[in-house]
Write a protein that binds this ligand. Sequence first.
Ligand SMILES: *[C@@H]1O[C@H](CO)[C@@H](O)[C@H](O)[C@H]1NC(C)=O
Ligand SMILES: *[C@@H]1O[C@H](CO)[C@@H](O)[C@H](O)[C@H]1NC(C)=O
Ligand SMILES: *[C@@H]1O[C@H](CO)[C@@H](O)[C@H](O)[C@H]1NC(C)=O
Ligand SMILES: [Ca+2]
Length: 409
Amino acid sequence: MTETLCYGAIYLLIFLVFPVLCGSDSLIDAHTEVDGYCQKTDEGESCGNKDAEINLTRLEGGEIGSTQTIKVNGEVEFHLKSLSKKPLILEVPNFLNSVECQHLIELAKKVGLKKSITEQTGREKIKTFQLMDRDLDSRINISEMFETLQNGFDIYLEEEDLKEMYKELGMDPNGDNIVSQEEIQAVRPVQLQQYLYKLVSEHPEKHSRYSQQAWLYPNKHSDDNIFRQVQVRVSELAGLPLNLVHLSDVQVVSYGVKGHYNAHWDSSEKGHDAPCCETGKPNQGMCKSCRYMTILFYLNDVEEGGETAFPVADNETLNIQDITASRIGHLYKTCRDANLRVTAEKGKAVLWYNHFVDPGTGWMGDMDFYTLHGGCPVFKGEKWIANFWIKTTYSREHDLQRMARLHDI
Ligand SMILES: *[C@@H]1O[C@H](CO)[C@@H](O)[C@H](O)[C@H]1NC(C)=O
Ligand SMILES: *[C@@H]1O[C@H](CO)[C@@H](O)[C@H](O)[C@H]1NC(C)=O
Ligand SMILES: *[C@@H]1O[C@H](CO)[C@@H](O)[C@H](O)[C@H]1NC(C)=O
Ligand SMILES: [Ca+2]
């Protein structure tokens, strides 16, 4: 067998659903504020000049725990506290006021929140999942099966859960807790799928994510003054063109008790697998999320739990392979061990860069794997957040055109 992927593997085609990573069209009307890209000239407004010299920029951090003050709109002061260096994570208390927090929650309720787990069951797609046969002996032991389900299904099972699954599905007739290639192929994919979804509907803590979310599309809310005012503030804080912020996806997420989101990355590595998701191509599942920056807002105070955890922040000896194999990402259980936990406080913003700036192009560069993060379980009360994702692709030219197109609507 040829080794085409890093782990070497047995492949299995299986019918299963997976979450749609693509956002939807996020166009905004033409009458937006002047941004760093379009200019008023004698002949009217000129946009889309391909020579425009815009680079992606990053805020600078200070010593951990130190605070810098920046002025937004020339008057309002915000205090940025540095929480970690690798990756750079900053928090900004009271970035949103109470009215704005409530408003974003109301907008999300109006759009309608969808459950993370049942959302996936509605759609069927063929997905290849890889059996994580680490030692290439064509047999999957318990720890390899744990990794297989985590990578392929976003499901985190304990040893006793796996043994129960083997029993229920007859996957391990001789009871040695090792599943051979033949044994797993004897199980009908739909059987495995149904079993796993029944399990996580009853035990949502075993899924990587238990929440409800709604997407806010700026084009639908462009006449929403509060929303626009938040976009302007984000643009000023980040020092990025307003049109780039207008291209961004905004997702409001609500977590109840046991609600959580295991550790993940918000963006994707450069590669030939799939293009970055674009505006105007919703729900295709054939594109990947590319998000230069994440700005997360806490919209309420959580009674207990619900911190945002960065398990490997400022860890000098990080090894990506160790992360996949270990249970470090299983924040439902391991939140307390995370290197950094940010407390959810109403109005606070936390921001970080999922990518470096490529020194050659001045545009989106390599992904920063230290940005691994997730939401710790809520123990009491509920938690509301909004994610502003600054969406860029690996092509500056392409993104400038997308920004320019906003003005042609
Ligand atoms: C399972 O296999 C891996 C190698 O793929 C090995 O490192 C691990 O110790 C094995 N675990 C058990 C419980 O046998
Ligand atoms: C850093 O990561 C390694 C795994 O790559 C882990 O063993 C170690 O405990 C981590 N150290 C800290 C301080 O988090
Ligand atoms: C943008 O980045 C490129 C590449 O690093 C650099 O050559 C150029 O001078 C930068 N332009 C501006 C306006 O900063
Ligand atoms: Ca094996």
